[in-house]
Every structure is written in C-alpha cells, then in structure tokens.
Design a protein around this ligand. Structure first.
Ligand SMILES: Nc1ncnc2c1ncn2[C@@H]1O[C@H](COP(=O)(O)OP(=O)(O)OP(=O)(O)O)[C@@H](O)[C@H]1O
Length: 428
C-alpha cells in the first residue's frame, strides 16, 4: 500500500463519510472503522499515520457511552478527537478545516499521496496477490461500477478475467454495442455476450405490476448469469463493483462495516466464489476518476444513474415490444438533445417514460390513436428529494418535434413537472 492513511473511528457520528471525504480531499487516504476496533486489528492496517475519534449524537448506545479501547492511545500513533468529551487526547471542533489540516500534515506527517495512479498500482498488486493464476468472473453491465472493475482487473490479470454481459432487452440504445466495442474490441477482454432479450420479454409478457416486473427481471438475471457461470471451468473468484457507500452504513449507531449484499447476490449456494471487490473503499466520484485514469470513455464513466431493471420500469404496465422501442428511441433522442444543449453532466437524471394509454391526435390529415412520451428531468443531491429542471422552451420544442416525427407510434409529448415528493424520480 503506497498511501498514508488516517483511520476514523466512529463514536456515533453521522458525518463519518463526510470526514473521510474531507481528508481524502486533502490528498490523504482515510478509512472508517467501528469504535471497538482492537489494537491488533488497527496494527494490522497498513500505513496508519493518525487516528481520528469521531464522536456524535449516537455516542450513547443503550444508555452506555461507547468508547475506544484505552490502549489505542498508547500506540505511538497521534490521536485527535471530535465531539468526544471523554477522549484522553487533543480535541478539535467539527468542521475546523485548519485544525484538520494541521493534524493530518503536521502532527501525523502524512504525505498527500492519495491519488488514482497510486490507488490503481496498489490494487493491481493486491488483485494479483489475491487471485494468483486463477480465473475471475465478472457480471459486466456497462454501468460505471462494473466497467471500472473490469478495466482494473484487465490491467491486473488480463485474460484471467472473464466478463459476462447480459442483454436483457431493457438496456438503453447503443449500450450493449458499446460494452462489446470498448471491452472486447478495444481492451481485448474475454467477454461473453448473452442476448437474452426474448427470454426476458417472454417472461414479462402481460405482467403489469411493477413489483412483479422487478422481481422477474432480477430473478431471470441471476438465472442467465448462473447458466453462463456453470458453462465455465475453473472459476474461483467473482468480481463485484461494490463501492464504499455500499459497505458503510451511515446514520446508524456506529458505522459498522456491513456485509456487502450488493450486486450479483442470490447466486445458488453451490456456486460459491470468493469475492474480488477492488472498489470497495472508493466513493462514487473516486470510482469515476479511477475509470478516467484507466482510459474508459467519458460517457461510460459519467453516465447518469440507471435503474437495475432498466427501461423495463419506464415502459409502464405490461411491457410490449412496440412501447419498449418507443421508450428506447425517445430516450436516445432526449439524451442526444440534452448533450447538444450542454446539459449532459449538469442535469442529474433525465429520461423518457411511455405509459400504457393512447390518445387521439392528427397525423397527415387523418385521425391517429397513439402513445404519449413523458419526459422527466430532475436534480437531486441524495435522491431522497428532487426538483425538476426548468427546461428551455426552445429545447422542449426541438425534442418534441423529433420524438413525434422519429418515434413510431407516438403522437404526443408531455413534461413531468412534479418534484419529489410527491412524485418519485422513476414512475414504477
Ligand atoms: N445486464 C447486465 N449484464 C451483466 N451484469 C449486470 C447487468 N446488469 C447488472 N449487472 C451486474 O449487477 C450489478 C448490480 O447492478 P445494478 O443495476 O444494481 O448496478 P450498479 O450497482 O449501478 O452497478 P453498475 O454501475 O456496474 O451497473 C452490476 O454491477 C453488474 O455486476
């Protein structure tokens, strides 16, 4: 490990992640540990240069005030406390940037050596140590997390990595093609491309309930992935795009590292693989920076969030091929026009929805009876609440004109002006 590290011990704070990010923002790596970490456990961590006791509102658990093991003060590693009155060390106030900087660089003597080049170099060593000459399987969605994992593993172990990309028919326009182009053609990855679109759409036929749709898509994905995994010989590891927010439970009594239940969970018991999770200490923006450093295309690394069940939850009610194509095509037009208008990367999430209703219209002097397309464009910080983007009317006109002329079966375009609450970001 090439980086110096500041260990944050959680004594009931809700700001552990924010603090870790602040320290990393200074160019120094930082990790969060539970308050009851033992001396042995802490000693086993590489390059710990300082310990920060992060107290907070949840310091009292079941009537007892939690504390760290007293021996931690005597390790010869500098310790400082925030909001922890019992601490037998120096203290600093929450949010005191100057005091934090002083502690990190002057007291602990850290080098600002947290950067993606060092991270990648470290991970390559660690992955090689863990994997040896064995093979690793990765479910590659083309999303940010699994794409960055794929690029990192390719660098570390080359053709010992086997990627499986499942086209379930619910991906955005051009996505499966981009996965094949980037990973197979450009990076030379061993990629198994499974075209399972018919299979998924058959299973989803006539299913209108959103929860049932989600369950069917999730279960079918596991089945397809499992079938592919069983065809392969000698795979010992499964790589996953677990990231730091997946494993740090913020806002609980203590930020205990919880078992990752992310990603391709639900594989049958007899398909037991050891896990390779090289991004599990990165925040999302760091994952993106890592992807850029590894040379992935910007539109893959900065892509907007996309729901697991894909376009399946934007083709409302029972999915038909006709409406699914209308969602896919209108979404592609929306993305293209947003990019041309300079809104890509500025608006948090934007997409189209096609409901299962038709309305009367006129086309070529004759009555038409076709579907509407609904546009949604929202901004949010934490996805708990959202506001709508106030789009320019000229842009709405352009998008509308293209959708009603280029997307078959659509005669009307609406803009969803509902904030969250009361509307969720997705419609299903
Ligand atoms: N179509 C797919 N083909 C292959 N693997 C997939 C596919 N969809 C999802 N996965 C796997 O399941 C994981 C979790 O999917 P989820 O939709 O929750 O995405 P995520 O957590 O945003 O990750 P990513 O950014 O990699 O898509 C992905 O990281 C990937 O490993």
């Amino acid at each position: 490990m090439r980086q110096d590290c500041i260990a944050i011990l959680d004594l009931g704070s809700e700001n552990n992640s924010a603090l870790a990010r602040e320290i990393r923002g200074l160019g120094v790596y930082s990790e969060i540990y539970p308050h009851d970490i033992t001396v042995q456990e802490l000693r086993a961590l590489p390059n710990i240069k300082g310990i920060l006791l992060n107290g907070g509102e949840n310091r009292v658990v079941d009537g007892v005030e939690i504390d760290i093991a007293g021996e931690l003060y005597g390790l010869g590693i500098p310790v400082i406390a925030i909001d922890h009155p019992k601490a037998a060390c120096d203290t600093m106030a929450w949010g005191d940037a100057a005091a934090l900087k002083k502690f990190v660089f002057e007291t602990c003597g850290c080098e600002p050596n947290w950067n993606m080049k060092n991270f990648i170099a470290d991970q390559i060593d660690l992955i090689r140590q863990q994997v040896g000459d064995k093979k690793v399987l990765l479910a590659l969605s083309g999303g940010v997390d699994s794409s960055v994992v794929a690029a990192l593993l390719l660098k570390a172990i080359g053709d010992q990595l086997v990627c499986v990309h499942v086209n379930h028919g619910l991906l955005r326009k051009g996505e499966p093609e981009q996965v094949v182009e980037v990973f197979q053609k450009q990076l030379g990855a061993t990629l198994i491309y499974v075209d399972a679109a018919d299979r998924f759409l058959d299973k989803l036929k006539d299913v209108a309930d959103p929860e049932k749709k989600r369950k069917i898509i999730g279960a079918e994905f596991i089945r397809v992935f499992e079938e592919e995994a069983r065809k392969l010989d000698g795979i010992d590891f499964l790589a996953q795009g677990t990231i730091y927010p997946d494993i740090v439970e913020s806002g609980t009594k203590t930020a205990k590292i919880v078992k990752s239940h992310h990603n391709v969970g639900g594989l049958p018991e007899d398909l037991q693989f050891a896990l390779v999770e090289p991004l599990k200490y990165l925040f999302k923006d760091e994952v993106r920076a890592c992807g850029v450093e590894l040379g992935l295309p910007a539109d893959m690394v900065y892509r907007q969030p996309f729901p697991g069940p894909g376009l399946g939850v934007r083709c409302l009610g029972a999915i038909t091929r006709e409406r699914l194509e209308a969602v896919r095509e209108s979404d592609a037009i929306l993305r293209e026009e947003f990019a041309k208008a300079g809104l890509q990367g500025k608006v948090w999430q934007y997409f189209t929805i096609v409901p299962d209703i038709k309305s009367v219209g006129v086309r070529d002097h004759a009555r038409s009876f076709e579907y509407p397309v609904i546009i949604r464009a929202v901004n949010t910080i934490d996805a708990m609440t959202a506001t709508i983007e106030h789009l320019d009317w000229a842009l709405i006109d352009r998008i509308t004109d293209r959708i009603i002329h280029e997307v078959p079966g659509v005669n009307r375009v609406c803009y969803d002006v509902t904030p969250k609450p009361t509307g969720t970001i997705e419609w299903e």
